[in-house]
Design a protein around this ligand. Structure first.
Ligand SMILES: Nc1ncnc2c1ncn2[C@@H]1O[C@H](COP(=O)(O)OP(=O)(O)OP(=O)(O)O)[C@@H](O)[C@H]1O
Ligand SMILES: [Mg+2]
Length: 367
């Protein structure tokens, strides 16, 4: 026996969890001590790096940097052309999985018995085939292949995590699962529990894979650049066309966005054209500039119900997860616009935790 991983391969981040012999949940931490590894891959002439290190190298040489490869996994025509060669999406994804496996081995010091992977609801046969290809291509440190007994849907994993954390024993419930990460996925789920077994049944699903956290980054960049313009007269159009400026401001905006999830005010040091300005932004300003994005979430929510001829009143609560759910305005908006109770479910880890719970419940005969 060894550990059974649950791996959530997201558009922006990959993360893994497992359940130990005593039933305790653990997260896998990467070499930098983080539980989430960016799905960035730097395909340089001196080798391949994954995660934060890839992002750091990519800031100087973006032509070698692949990001968000999950978006292309179903696209059989897509290739990433690094100056050093061509890579298919599955080849790039396998570098990411290889990294997560070696992090898991380092972090746990135990043999990995198997891994349950997750995939989004919109993945068809091509997406599943791609995930299997990736699983077959990675190796444990002893040279053995990674055994993948199941690939489950992200919503199924999130619902298992929900059942685990909610400690409720209600026989039946209807919930909206809102996964707002790098993209937006909304599900209406009828969820039943029998003899401790959770069975989520999907009634309706809508998703927008071009909409997500980066839209909030864009809005925050606009606020910051506009304030910088007021102080210096530098035109944001020129600033944002400058690759060096984009490479510098991108990570600062991401940090500022996260700061505004927990603080009322933050600042961003903007450097351009020989000028340095520390630009302050308040949460109120950020929320005002991004209200239209919440309205977009609301519109998709309306579609979710229109598509199945049901109404929000039939849902007991809204389960909110995904990295962008850290922004307090998301839950506040959903609560007031739809008048439902909000359950904030492990924004970063719910899917990998659910996959780990699934893996730990598999009987050996099911393998
Ligand atoms: N503390 C935070 N405050 C605001 N936004 C955050 C915070 N933490 C993460 N995010 C945002 O969450 C997004 C990533 O979310 P998540 O990790 O759930 O996506 P993913 O699982 O990789 O993608 P997907 O499930 O859409 O394929 C990014 O846009 C990131 O900026
Ligand atoms: Mg996700």
């Amino acid at each position: 026996m060894g550990i059974r991983l649950g791996i959530d391969f997201g558009t922006n981040y990959i993360c893994a969890s497992y359940v130990d012999e005593d039933g305790n949940l653990h997260r896998v931490f990467n070499i930098e001590g983080e539980e989430k590894t960016p799905t960035a891959v730097y395909l340089g002439s001196d080798g391949v790096t994954v995660g934060e290190e890839a992002l750091r190298s990519g800031a100087e040489h973006p032509e070698f940097l692949s990001e968000n490869i999950k978006r292309y996994l179903q696209d059989l025509d897509y290739t990433f052309n690094s100056p050093d060669g061509e890579y298919t999406p599955t080849q790039i994804a396998s570098f990411i999985f290889q990294q997560v496996l070696s992090d898991a081995e380092h972090c746990t010091d135990e043999k990995i018995e198997c891994a349950v992977l997750t995939c989004p609801a919109y993945f068809g046969a091509e997406g599943h085939a791609a995930m299997l290809w990736i699983a077959n291509s990675v190796r444990l440190s002893n040279g053995e292949p990674l055994y993948v007994p199941r690939i489950i849907c992200e919503y199924e994993a999130a619902m298992l995590a929900y059942a685990h954390f909610s400690h409720e024993n209600e026989a039946k419930k209807t919930v909206v699962l809102c996964d707002l990460g790098a993209s937006l996925d909304l599900y209406l789920i009828e969820f039943s529990r029998k003899n401790g077994k959770t069975e989520p049944r999907i009634i309706s699903y809508v998703g927008d894979h071009q909409f997500g956290g980066k839209d909030w980054n864009r809005a925050l960049t606009d606020i910051v650049c506009e304030k910088f313009y007021e102080l210096t007269g530098e035109d944001d159009y020129n600033m944002l066309r400058d690759p060096a400026f984009r490479a510098d401001i991108g990570p600062k905006i991401e940090r500022a966005k996260r700061m505004l999830s927990v603080r009322d005010e933050t600042s961003v040091l903007v450097k351009y054209g020989g000028q340095n300005e520390n630009i302050s932004v308040t949460r109120a300003q950020f929320e005002e500039a991004t209200g239209h994005l919440l309205a977009q979430v609301g519109m998709l929510m309306d579609h979710l119900f229109e598509n199945c001829g049901r109404s929000i009143e039939e849902a007991d609560e809204i389960v909110l997860t995904g990295g962008s759910a850290h922004m307090p305005q998301v839950g506040a908006y959903l609560r007031s616009a739809f008048n439902r109770k909000i359950c904030l479910l492990e924004p970063d880890m719910a899917v990998s935790i659910g996959a780990a719970l699934y893996a730990s419940n598999l009987r050996r005969d099911d393998f």
